[in-house]
Structures are given as C-alpha cells and as structure tokens.
Design a protein around this ligand. Structure first.
Ligand SMILES: [Cu+2]
Length: 106
C-alpha cells in the first residue's frame, strides 16, 4: 500500500517537472518561422523543428549569441540555448526571407 502511493508520487512529480521544463517550440513550415518574435529567459532554450520537406540552416550572427546549426534535415528537432540577454536575430542561411527575433531577458 505504502509503496504504491510513493510510486504514484514519483510519477506525478516527474510529469510536472517535465511540463515546467518544456521549451517553446518554433516550427519551420512553408519556409517561414512559426513566430516572428519570442521572449525567453536567459539560459532558456527554444526547440526548432523542421516541418518542411527541405533542409533549413538556422543560425545567428548576433554578437555574443552567434550559433550555426548547419543543415537541419526535414523532421529534425534541435534545441538552442540562449545564454546572453538581448535581442538575437535568428535567420536561415538558405532562405533569406526566414527571419525571427528572440528576445532574451535577464
Ligand atoms: Cu530555410
């Protein structure tokens, strides 16, 4: 009896921790990002998903927050952590019209 209750508590707490840690998800579909602008806390991460049938190449040249994921195949999902506060311009190196802003707050 006691063991059963403990087991249930472990499962419940595991689920709620997972829900709290869930990243905002940015989709790439029709060669656009699903959001033009998102706000996250410093140290937080976004999950970028490629829903297109072509590769994308997400990157940023914003000073202090530079990154380049390289070619992201269709169906792939990649997390990017933002460690510096400020506005980070995120683009696709393949499709110049794909742009979004990540506002990273302290
Ligand atoms: Cu692209």
């Amino acid at each position: 009896m006691h063991k059963t209750i403990l087991f249930a508590l472990v499962i419940l707490s595991g689920l709620s921790a997972g829900a709290l840690a869930a990243n905002q998800v940015i989709h790439q579909q029709g060669r656009v990002f699903s959001s033009e602008s998102v706000t996250i806390k410093k140290g937080g991460a976004l999950t970028f998903v490629n829903d297109d049938s072509i590769p994308h190449n997400i990157m940023s040249g914003t000073k202090g927050s530079e990154f380049n994921l390289g070619s992201q195949a269709p169906g792939m999902s990649t997390d990017v952590t933002f460690k510096e506060a400020g506005d980070v311009q995120v683009i696709c190196a393949i499709h110049p019209r794909m742009k979004m802003m990540v506002k990273v707050t302290d």
